[in-house]
Write a protein that binds this ligand. Structure first.
Ligand code: UTP
Length: 274
């Protein structure tokens, strides 16, 4: 039902300088796999087969990663090393990749808006921020859980998790009423509030399902926190006009946009998947 997944990947990744001076943050590997490939595999497992990536200057490595590398592949053909390409070949066989650029970093809302040329105005689509690496070793991936919820409610959905007070000001925070176990009807959303003004400790992480009316709402959204066009503000408007759900996902999320989260994810994958 949801076939397209958008990956905003135009940010500068300044927290990882100098690594990200010439290399996209989304290409940083957890063990041997770049962050964005984990995201694409999660989208594929949720039923998506069109991957729409918002890139920017200096992000060519992402495009090359999801393409054939003739010389290298010929070199290792028939050797045991070919097995290392198994996952990426599966992704490339099953999915179509489309790209557009966000020329100026005007915020996540603007990056998603730029994706309208790739995902169109007709159907709902998923959004994955690849620097939020999510795993659920005991069941469906996070996006698949959200797609299943979409089938029931047919409205925009954001993934949320409880965060400690000291981290509230780093996230979009929701206010809402729990309508079934772990599912909240959103009544308000605030981007990076001060702890004392926060409506809850339920923070939005980088997984969304959006209905296409979001594009008109983003178009009307003025720059908000940090002078950026915030998807939180457009979603808050959508919640007021119709319905937006927040879903407390099952599984674990690593904030790989931060050095601490990146190291935590690396240790987790080394221990559990090696
Ligand atoms: P971040 O807030 O992590 O920003 O963006 P960043 O630039 O990637 O990283 P730092 O803070 O400088 O280290 C969250 C996600 O939104 C995308 C980023 O690529 C990342 O996946 N994004 C953000 C855009 O695509 N465009 C923007 O204008 C802003």
């Amino acid at each position: 039902m949801i076939k397209k997944c958008l990956f905003p990947a135009a940010g500068y990744g300044t927290r990882f300088l100098p690594a990200t001076k010439a290399m996209p943050k989304e290409m940083l590997p957890i063990l041997t796999k770049p962050l964005i490939q984990y995201g694409v595999e999660e989208a594929m497992d949720a039923g998506c087969d069109i991957m729409a990536i918002i890139t920017g200057r200096g992000k060519r490595a992402i495009t090359d990663h999801f393409d054939i590398s003739y010389e290298l592949e010929q070199q290792i053909q028939g050797s045991p090393k070919e097995n290392l390409l198994k996952d990426i070949r599966k992704v490339m066989d099953k999915c179509t990749f489309t790209y557009t650029r966000q020329n100026e970093m005007k915020g996540l809302g603007d990056a998603i808006y730029k994706g309208n040329v790739l995902v169109g105005f007709q159907s709902p689509f998923a959004v994955i921020l690849a620097d939020d690496l999510c795993v659920n070793p005991n069941g469906d991936g996070i996006l698949k859980q959200m797609v299943d919820l979409y089938a029931k409610y047919k409205c925009s959905i954001v993934a949320i998790m409880e965060v400690p007070e000291c981290d509230i000001s780093k996230y979009g925070i929701i206010e809402g009423k729990e309508i079934e176990n772990g599912v909240y009807m959103v009544s308000n959303m605030v981007e990076k509030p001060e702890t004392k003004n926060a409506p809850s400790n339920l923070a939005v992480i980088g997984r969304y399902i959006l209905t296409p009316d979001i594009f008109n709402l983003i178009k009307d959204t003025k720059p908000g926190k940090n002078g950026e066009i915030q998807i939180t503000d457009a979603l808050c408007e959508q919640a007021k006009k119709g319905m937006v759900l927040a879903y407390k996902f099952k599984g674990r999320r690593f904030d790989c946009g931060s050095v601490d989260g990146f190291v935590e994810a690396t240790n987790y994958f080394y221990k559990n998947l090696k």
